[in-house]
Every structure is written in C-alpha cells, then in structure tokens.
Design a protein around this ligand. Structure first.
Ligand SMILES: Nc1ncnc2c1ncn2[C@@H]1O[C@H](COP(=O)(O)OP(=O)(O)O)[C@@H](O)[C@H]1O
Ligand SMILES: [Mg+2]
Length: 223
C-alpha cells in the first residue's frame, strides 16, 4: 500500500461557526492505481488532497505514506518525505519563470542533492512527452498545455510513489485536457505510478482505475 488514510476528519472554524469538511473519510491507494475523486466546488477536494499530501493536517485521523505515519512528523521530515515520495501537479503550473523547462524539472532533484544523475532521466522524460525541443525554453515561451506537461515531468523527476493532482485540467482547453489525461494514463501504465486526481468533470474522473465521489465529507466508491 502506497497511501493509507484512515478516519480523516477536518473542520474549519469560521468565526463562531464550525465547518465540517471531511468526516471520518478513509482511502487507500496501491501501486499503479489511478484514483479519481469527483465532487462539486466546495465539497472538500482540495482540503483532502492537501491533507493527503501533508501540506495541511487533519483535525483527526491518520495518514500513512509508504509505511510512515505522518501525523507526528515535524516540518523538516515532512518536507523530505514529500520530496521523496510525493509528486504534485497543480492547476497553475507554478514553474519558475527565470528557469528553463529543463531547469524547472531538475529543481526537486537538486533539493535531494541528485541533480547530475537526474539530468539523463530528465532528458528521457522530455522525450517521453515529446517536448525535447522545448527543454531550453522558458515557461513564457511555452503554451499552457506544454507548461503543464513540464510540471508533470517535474512531479516525476524524483520517481515519487504517488502523484497528487488537484483539478489538473481546470485551465486547459479540451484538446490539451485530453492530452494531459492520456499522459496520466500512460504514466500509470508505463511506470506503475499511483495517482490521485480530483475533478468536478465526469470525463476526467473516468480515467480512474477507481472512481469515488466526495459527498458530505466522505468518499463513495462509484466504480
Ligand atoms: N482555510 C480555510 N478556512 C476556512 N474554510 C475553508 C478553508 N479552506 C477551505 N475551506 C472551506 O472548506 C470547504 C471545502 O473547500 P475546498 O476543499 O477548497 O473544496 P473544493 O476543492 O472541492 O472546491 C469550502 O466550504 C471552503 O470554503
Ligand atoms: Mg479545490
């Protein structure tokens, strides 16, 4: 098991009102699985993904990633665990504008002190997504779809155990969205990559090997 979340609850205090977003939600993800989580805006998708990605903490419940219970880890250990085990792909690509595509992809490897050995892997990844000719371009010189594919490569560079992506197609036109979904499917097949994708779009959700719906703070398995 790559990721196991048990009985996750999360509430936010808004003034005197308590908003319960997640209620005893449980989820486990295995190698090579794509789990898609569908839900309308405000249902708690980002909240859940941030907790699973250790960017936020649950009010109660446990999250175990690659056998490690993250609940009691300090900030430094969490940052290291994230960099080693988790790849993030955000809706906004968050590429650094002053670095080339290749340099952006290498940043997580650099943080691990493995930049040199990662270079050949990065070049293979660029080839894998058909962006070899764009490696030395800056983000401003790439299209929206290309930027997001570069962001996917950055998420992959440290061979993470799981990739988390929050409404990845939200900013893309239909053709680029389709291309990104195809890339996700290929990555899972070719690298046995586990992935969690949140979306409000039924079509995006359909690429999951398992599809869930986030409703009333818990997950209902659809397929
Ligand atoms: N930091 C926060 N403080 C208070 N309320 C929050 C916070 N983050 C999210 N919420 C609320 O939690 C609910 C779920 O939000 P979110 O996880 O962003 O939903 P989704 O990603 O599905 O649109 C919303 O009602 C939102 O307003
Ligand atoms: Mg969201």
């Amino acid at each position: 098991m790559i990721l196991e979340a048990k009985q996750i609850s999360k509430s936010f205090q808004n003034g005197t009102r308590k908003l319960e977003v997640l209620r005893k939600l449980s989820l486990s993800v295995d190698k090579g699985e794509i789990v898609t989580i569908m839900g309308p805006s405000g249902s708690g998708k980002s909240t859940l993904l941030n907790i699973l990605g250790t960017l936020d903490s649950a009010t109660s419940g446990t999250v175990v990633i690659c056998g490690k219970n993250i609940v009691h880890l300090g900030d430094k250990s969490l940052a290291e665990l994230r960099n080693r085990h988790i790849g993030f792909v955000f809706q906004f690509h968050h590429l650094l504008p002053e670095f080339t595509a290749l340099e952006n992809v290498l940043i997580p490897a650099e943080l691990m002190g493995a930049k040199d050995s990662a270079k050949s892997r990065a070049k293979e990844l660029f080839e894998y997504v058909g962006l070899t000719k764009r490696m030395d371009h800056f983000p401003s010189q790439l299209s929206g779809g290309e930027r997001l594919r570069v962001a996917v490569l950055r998420a992959l560079i440290n061979t993470p155990d799981i990739i988390l992506t929050d409404e990845p197609t939200g900013n893309l036109d239909a053709a680029n969205a389709e291309r990104l979904l195809e890339l996700f499917t290929n990555i899972c097949r070719d690298f046995q990559q586990a992935m969690i994708i949140t979306t409000h779009d039924r079509h995006v959700a359909s690429i999951g090997s398992r599809t869930c719906r986030l409703e009333n703070g818990t997950l209902l398995v659809i397929t």
